[in-house]
Each structure stands twice: as C-alpha cells, then as structure tokens.
Design a protein around this ligand. Structure first.
Ligand code: HSE
Length: 401
C-alpha cells in the first residue's frame, strides 16, 4: 500500500443541508483531495437529494462503527445531537471535522480533553467566519503574546440584512427572508440577528487567540432585530453604517473582555465596506498594529470550502495544539469595562432601566428619542433578558474604557 493510499480519507458525513451539499459538490470538483464520502447520515430518508441514495442512511452507528471510515464530518443543525455524535466519534478513535459553532462554544472544554485522551483530532475552521481561515491563523501565526484584540463581522446573515436595508432600502423582514432563502441564516434566525451566532464564534476565536474558554452564558450579546428606520436615519446623518460587531480584547496583560453589539461604523474603519454575506476580521497586535481578513462568511460553497480545508488538513495529520491554552498564562475574562452606546427608546420607562455611568447627549423628538452614554458591560449583561423585551435599540459608538 502506498503512503498516499494509506492516507486516503474515508468520510462519514452527518447532515446534507446547505453546507453538506456544498461540501459534496466541492469534493466532486476537487481532484487533489483524495477523500471520499462513504456514507451520509440524515434525519429524513425520503427528501429528494442530488446524491446516490445508496450512500444515505438514517442510522448514525453505520458511520460511527464503520472501521473503514476514518474521518467524521459533522454538519448538522441540532447542537445537542451534534455534541453526542462528535463525542462518540472521538471516543471511537475517529477524528472529526465540525462546523457547529453552537455545539463547540458549549462543549469545547470536554472535547479538547477527549482529543487528548483518544489521540484523535477535532478541526472546526468552518465554524467561524465561513471561508476565512481565522482559527488556523490564530493557532499558527498568532502563537505569541502580541495579540491585543480581534474585532469583526462574524455573522453573514445579519450583515446581509443590514446591507440590504442600508444600500437598497429593503425592509428588515424581506431582507431576513432573503438571507434564509439563500441559505445563509440559521434554522432559528434569532441566532443570527440576536447575536448568538457571533457570540459562539467569538468564544471559539477567543480560545484560540487568548487561551481562555468562556461560558456562553457569561458573554453579553445583542443583535439587530429591533433596528428601526430611526436608527438607520441617525446613522446616515452621522455618515455611519450599522454593523453587527463582535470583539474580544485584552484589558490589561492579565484580563480580557468580549461582547457582541451593533456598532456605528465610520468610513475610515476596515469593516465599513464589508457588505452582503461577507465577514471581516481585524486583528490588532502589539508592534504590528492592524491586519484585516475578509471573505464570504456564509453559504454552501464558501463554508463547504472551509470544511474541505479542514479535511485536507487532516490528510496531513494537522491538529490544533491549543497553544495559547497549553503554553501561555490564560488571561481572566472580565465584564468590568465601560462601553459608550447610542440608545434609541420610545418610552421613558424603558430608558429608566439603563443605569448609565454618564450621558453625553440627549435627543427628544416627535418620532423617537435617544441618549448617548457610557454604561458598564456588566450592567448590560445583567439586564440582557430584559433588554430584549424593551422597545429600544442599542449600538456601540466604538468607545470603550
Ligand atoms: N448563519 C451563519 C451566518 C452561517 O449567517 O454567518 C455561517 O456560520
């Protein structure tokens, strides 16, 4: 047997949705991958699919217990089911490629342990920023102490929606429906528009960038589902756009903070021109200032290509070493910072819930009201469930203390 033959990847694929189909087509086009899909496990057998029906099974064990399958690719929607599949696969001695950011953000601690214990690998570059190779770069290039912050648009759907609203005057619901139709949005679109998806991705980036895994419950995230014409008008008057931004940054040498918030972005910022389903990530470091990565963040082929890259990385036995986690003093997560926000509200009673440290601007008009003020991130986090029930919209001005 030649080495090449021995290293051939025999894949068991879970899920044949947008990304699964994207991967299947990408693999058909690629001559060099030397990887073949042996079986595809799906939930509903009778759906029409552009794949040989003899490959399809409903039984996960057909993949998990097949000794010939040496790589599991997990591309299903259900995070709990994905967790059990990935865990079983690793314990069965099979390496795994996954795109499930929700599952990873909740279970990475245990899954890192299982990789070590069973001598297998779990790769998931496709889980954050679609086609942009952020995780592998954080792991390999930024494997030193210089990294100061990672800021970016990590969710393609919300960026698509905001682009259509800002550039083409679409209404929010039509833009969301279109993002769903194009296969960008999660099956529960609240994950996209309320910042969950960005938050899960941010947690993964923070682990690889700074070496600390943060519980999703501890991260403040707020999205764009309540953005209104007033907010769009306000942004336009200030020559700004609104983008859903996720940021993780060092606070001092030993601490770091993270959050997801819509941001008022000015035209001198790299992400100002990141439109449609594209993502953009700004990496800031000591001595090298800023770097910018840009690419498609959602969709069948961009994400399918990212999965392919993880598959071919496995061909060369690549694994994450979790360098920041294993070889550096992990910084402590804090919400003890202050952010300056624009808060649009209608009723004074809604405003009264916000305990601002200071207010620099107040506007009261016939149609809407707003304040610009500084508020503790921890204060926002404590009221995160309440905020979603209020008739308000919040956007970060970019100032942080
Ligand atoms: N729903 C996600 C997004 C898909 O819109 O970015 C890619 O992770």
């Amino acid at each position: 047997m030649t080495t090449e033959k021995k290293n051939k990847l025999i894949i068991g694929l879970f899920g044949f949705g947008v990304v699964g189909q994207g991967l299947y087509k990408v693999l058909q086009e690629v001559q060099t991958a030397d990887a073949v899909i042996k079986s595809v496990c799906v939930k509903h057998k009778d759906k029409p699919r552009s794949i040989d029906s003899s490959l399809i099974t409903l039984n996960p064990d057909d993949l998990l217990n097949d000794p010939e399958i040496n790589l599991i690719v997990e591309l299903i929607d259900d995070a709990d089911a994905a967790y059990h599949l990935v865990k079983t696969a690793l314990m069965n001695g099979k390496s795994v490629v996954s795109g499930n950011k929700n599952m990873l953000a909740h279970h990475l601690s245990e899954l890192i342990g299982l990789q070590r214990e069973y001598g297998v690998a779990l790769l998931y570059d496709a889980s954050a920023c679609g086609s942009i190779p952020v995780i592998r770069n954080l792991e390999e290039y930024y494997d030193n102490d210089l990294l100061q912050s990672i800021t970016g648009i990590l969710n393609g759907s919300s960026n698509f929606i905001l682009t259509r609203i800002f550039q083409q005057g679409w209404n929010y619901n039509d833009a969301l429906k279109h993002a769903q139709k194009l296969g960008f949005a999660e099956s529960n679109p609240s994950f996209d528009v309320d910042g969950f998806d960005s938050m899960f991705k941010l947690i993964i980036l923070a682990l690889h960038g700074f070496g600390t895994l943060v519980d999703p419950e501890e991260v403040f995230h707020y999205g764009i589902s309540t953005v209104s014409d007033h907010d769009i008008l306000y942004a336009r008057e200030k020559s700004k756009k609104i983008k859903l931004v996720a940021q993780v940054s060092k606070v001092n040498g030993k601490k770091f903070t993270m959050f997801v918030l819509p941001k008022l972005v000015s035209d001198d910022e790299y992400i100002y021109n990141v439109e449609e389903e594209y993502n953009g990530v700004i990496i800031e470091g000591q001595f090298y200032d800023k770097q910018f990565m840009f690419g498609k963040g959602a969709g069948a082929f961009p994400t399918g290509s990212a999965v392919l890259s993880d598959i071919t990385a496995r061909k060369h036995s690549y694994r994450y070493e979790y360098k920041k986690l294993n070889f550096f003093a992990s910084p402590v997560y804090t919400r003890d910072i202050t952010v300056e926000v624009y808060l649009r509200y209608h009723d004074l009673v809604d405003l009264s819930h916000f305990d601002f440290e200071s207010v620099s601007e107040k506007y009261t008009g016939p149609a809407y009201n707003y304040v610009i003020g500084k508020i503790k991130l921890d204060t926002l986090h404590k009221m995160k469930n309440l905020i979603r029930k209020l008739n308000v919209f919040i956007a970060w001005t970019g100032k942080i203390d």
